[in-house]
Design a protein around this ligand. Structure first.
Ligand SMILES: C[S@@+](CC[C@H](N)C(=O)[O-])C[C@H]1O[C@@H](n2cnc3c(N)ncnc32)[C@H](O)[C@@H]1O
Length: 285
């Protein structure tokens, strides 16, 4: 069996949950949400599975001049919070793909419950083998998904392939820092075997080798640290909220969150937001 097949099965197992849909709907109801009239804001504490949550999505999206004519692909879309947010804010059509069939099922269920199923759809697929024709999308969006993928050249080459010439790729990812190895478990891996972080310089080089032009490059590590400090202070004061990413991660959530903070504070991981473009004159194969 190839390494990527082994990796995919282990990654899917890492994110797997016993009865995620029931767990999340029960928690939403317990938090006082009307399940027949859910709004995307109700879901934000559980469906934005990246550092900075909904605010990070909005701030990044505002740099992209999105509009209703655009076809967007969210790679590693998770439960789909960001894609529903982009569709709501800008009216664009968004397709999400994720390795986890379970996440895609729940993401489609939420899209339907918030009335966005005509604009947003999710399908199970591997980012290394996207089921779309060359030049299909105006914009690719990906947040905190590459950490589980070892072959970065293949990942970004596949993203390049499905982008229209002149189209952009917006990446918000966790990268390797200079402060030493990652301490596990973390939200994307319980052990080192499925964690494949690249350094900022390696990411830049890989993107440029594939042919992308770098339009913007922002280190948001300090922003991530501040967000965790605010969250930590709130949890210390009020306890764990009813709704949060802990519902997805299970019993080792606390240790994962503590390690995430330590990894950030000790520079073991870094956060980068970058927007890159496939040159307009590149030919579609
Ligand atoms: C930390 S979650 C982030 C989800 C979402 N982007 C968000 O920010 O809410 C990482 C996601 O990447 C997905 N993923 C990891 N490797 C993948 C691959 N090779 N292809 C597609 N999705 C992948 C996982 O299944 C998981 O849903």
């Amino acid at each position: 069996m190839s390494q990527s097949v082994v990796d995919s099965a282990s990654v899917e197992a890492h994110y797997a949950h016993q009865d995620l849909e029931l767990t999340l709907l029960t928690a939403l109801a317990a938090a006082g949400m009307n399940l027949d009239q859910l709004k995307i804001e109700d879901l934000a504490p559980i469906d934005e599975f990246h550092i900075g949550g909904r605010r990070a999505t909005l701030e990044f999206a505002q740099q992209l001049d999105l509009n209703a004519t655009m076809q967007v692909l969210d790679v590693g879309s998770g439960l789909g919070g960001a894609s529903r947010c982009l569709a709501t804010e800008f009216g664009c059509q968004v397709t999400g793909i994720d390795l986890s069939a379970e996440y895609c099922r729940v993401a489609n269920m939420f899209a339907q419950r918030v009335g966005l199923d005509s604009l947003v759809t999710y399908q199970q697929s591997n980012a290394l083998d996207l089921p779309f024709a060359a030049g299909s999308f105006d914009l690719l969006w990906t947040q905190h998904a590459s950490m589980n993928i070892v072959d970065k050249s293949k990942l970004y080459a596949e993203m390049w392939r499905v982008l229209k010439p002149g189209g952009r790729l917006a990446i918000y990812d966790v990268l390797a820092g200079e402060g030493g190895p990652v301490i596990f478990p973390v939200p994307w891996a319980r052990e080192a075997g499925i964690s494949h972080l690249t350094s900022p310089q390696q990411l830049r080089d890989t993107l440029q080798d594939v042919g992308f032009e770098i339009l913007s490059w922002q280190d948001s590590t300090e922003k991530g640290r501040s967000w965790f400090r605010r969250m930590g202070a709130k949890i210390k004061q009020d306890g764990l909220p009813r709704l949060g990413i802990h519902l997805l991660l299970g019993t080792d959530f606390r240790l994962m969150a503590q390690n995430q903070v330590r990894n950030l504070e000790e520079d073991r991981i870094a956060l980068i937001e970058t927007i890159v473009r496939r040159p307009a004159l590149s030919s579609v194969d």
